[in-house]
Design a protein around this ligand. Sequence first.
Ligand code: ADP
Ligand code: MG
Length: 403
Amino acid sequence: MIPEYPSRSVEARNRGGRWREGAQGRSGLLCAIHSVVKKEPFTEHYTLIPGKELGRGKFAVVKKCVEKSTGREYAAKFMRKRRKGQDCRAEIIHEIAVLELAASCHRVVNLHAVYEMPSEMVLVLEFAAGGEIFNRCVAERDEAFIEEDVKRLMRQILEGVAFLHKNNVVHLDLKPQNILLTSDNPLGDIKIVDFGLSRMVSSNQEIREIMGTPEYVAPEVLSYEPISTATDMWSIGVLAYVMLTGMSPFLGADKQETFLNISQINVSYTEEELEQLDKAAIHFIKSLLIKEPEDRATAEECLKHQWLQTQETNSAKEKGKITASSIPEPVGTAVSTQHSDEDVKEESRLTEELIVMAAYTLGQCRQSSDKESLTPEQKAISKRFKFEEPFPGLQEVPGDFIY
Ligand code: ADP
Ligand code: MG
């Protein structure tokens, strides 16, 4: 629930007119927090571990630190208040407010303290010692997740996301870099981090924004349709695919190709890595990678999905695997794996047109440096990972999206 705000009037005055009545601003940002914002130097209470940078984004650096009074380890997220010449304190306050709102959910990283300096704010967070699940997603086969791991972790991710959605929070940047582990070996539990792009959604207010990370972004974001909790569910589908196969289902050689693959739901379910999986896993993914947001499964429905119910033992695996025919097809899945030659021709013509249109509307996008080394097939749907920055807002994207 939305927290109480004991320091509301003081905060309001301090923010020089940025205070908006009510707990939620017009753009889906929460604007009230109840954490005490400490103004003394962060280093008075914490020792930064030298050389231990845990992660870095466009506007944030995360470092490991130790609380002097307790000896406990934390992750300190240093966030610049001014970004591209704009005061972004309100966005940081929102991130804090969402962490406060999710304080009772142990699938979301815990916020321990907040510090404010003239040019940055520091969020002292519970330390997730196992790092990003991303590392396991791109690891070699022997280090990669096995299906049973993915099922357990996916259940936990869904518990966190169901909690957020119940509280009208959409994360909007669910990807393997923002899902951390409490420990790596043995494989621990998940912690959802990074609420920098998250928004509050409510029935009387539409949010249309272009944000997210290209590979994980849902079709409605690209077509500038309203964002909803279903937008996160698309990303969960991508996440499941990546965790199970180590391949990114929509990644193209550049952003345009990625967006095109997404808007056409151009995803392959015939990869070797998928063949070996429980058929229910594919069904789970197919129930999420659906163009129409209202046809996608919700987090609660996913938690009840057959794939996540089965406790497979080796003998069960041998005997009674769930067959595709025993599971109803998801509604509105715009996926066909069998194409006639005519279809292929028509598709490639359409693809070219759309690429031209996407290139025109998006302007210059960063090209993959190893694009030349890709075969024509790989260019269509490249499975290579790239480290793309999320695009945080419409103003960041040159040109308008018109498709
Ligand atoms: P950004 O908005 O810059 O993406 P994040 O909150 O995602 O910031 O943090 C960047 C990276 O820092 C994460 O992807 C992760 O690798 C690391 N990180 C963030 N929070 C923690 C944490 N609590 N414990 C350990 N590592 C963290
Ligand atoms: Mg992040």
